[in-house]
Design a protein around this ligand. Structure first.
Ligand SMILES: Nc1ncnc2c1ncn2[C@@H]1O[C@H](COP(=O)(O)OP(=O)(O)OP(=O)(O)O)[C@@H](O)[C@H]1O
Ligand SMILES: [Mg+2]
Length: 236
């Protein structure tokens, strides 16, 4: 069974006085357990919108979302929040760490909705694994960007989600910090989880098993091998 299935999903934002923005335009995709899929496209093509919709955080204008066999938007807000906490780990583009909580408490905050018994030892071991032990009692304002990114990743995987959604998780990171994050995404998929990464970074998407290019809210179809190749350009 597909873990995530998007069928002709569209999203139009209506901003009073500024008209409408068609952020997603009939995008379909399927992601199975154990797969690492990347969507690559330029700024503004709808990547974050797609992840928010896939993650049960933003209802599409049209089309359907099935996540672990359920339509998250058919659930009541409370049940949807619980379902999200148990099913999905989300690494947000802007991290969204709580500014007054230290690294340990930020990571542990993911367990509030699930009440997982082993949350504390698991949080500590993830913090050690991501090289954050010396910063465990620091708040986000005292961390480097890479440390914040790794804190956000540790929080995202605390509940052992089935699906990890990662929004530009290596943006602003140096190569070494980016590789720590990318290695973890690849290991997460090898261990049977599903990963959906969105990025414009070539280095990041190269780690995925499959890359879907995106433009203007659509998945760009692969070239048709039967189609005639385009005629060479005439010289002016
Ligand atoms: N809440 C909103 N209200 C109105 N327009 C929005 C809203 N959110 C996104 N958009 C618009 O939808 C389009 C897609 O935005 P989105 O954030 O999904 O792009 P993106 O591919 O993630 O870009 P980036 O690589 O810069 O993060 C953009 O044109 C953006 O301005
Ligand atoms: Mg974005």
């Amino acid at each position: 069974m597909a873990l995530l299935e998007l069928d002709r999903v569209s999203k139009t934002f209506r901003t009073p006085g500024n008209g409408s923005v068609h952020a997603l335009d009939g995008l379909s995709m399927v992601l199975d357990a154990g797969q690492f899929l990347a969507l690559q496209g330029p700024s503004g093509c709808g990547k974050t919108t797609l992840l928010l919709i896939a993650g049960g955080l933003l209802e599409p204008t049209a089309g359907s979302v099935r996540l672990n066999g359920q339509n998250p938007y058919a659930l009541t807000p409370d049940r949807r929040a619980r379902f999200r906490a148990e099913t999905i780990g989300f690494v947000f583009q802007q991290f969204h760490l709580a500014p007054y909580l230290n690294v340990l408490d930020n990571v542990l905050s993911a367990a509030i909705a699930t009440g997982a018994k082993d949350a504390l030892p698991r949080a500590q071991s993830l913090i050690a694994r991501f090289g954050l032990e010396p910063r465990m009692r620091h708040v986000p304002g005292q961390l480097s960007t890479g440390e914040r990114q790794r804190t956000a990743l540790a929080r995202a995987v605390l509940n052992r989600p089935k699906l990890l959604l990662a929004d530009e998780p290596t943006g602003n990171l140096d190569r070494a910090s980016a590789d720590i994050v990318l290695n973890h995404l690849a290991e997460f998929a090898q261990a049977g989880g599903a990963v959906l990464l969105v990025s414009h970074s070539e280095h990041a998407v190269r780690r995925a098993q499959r890359v879907i290019p995106m433009r203007d809210g659509k998945a760009v179809p692969p070239p048709d091998p039967a189609a005639p190749s385009p005629a060479p350009k005439q010289r002016e």
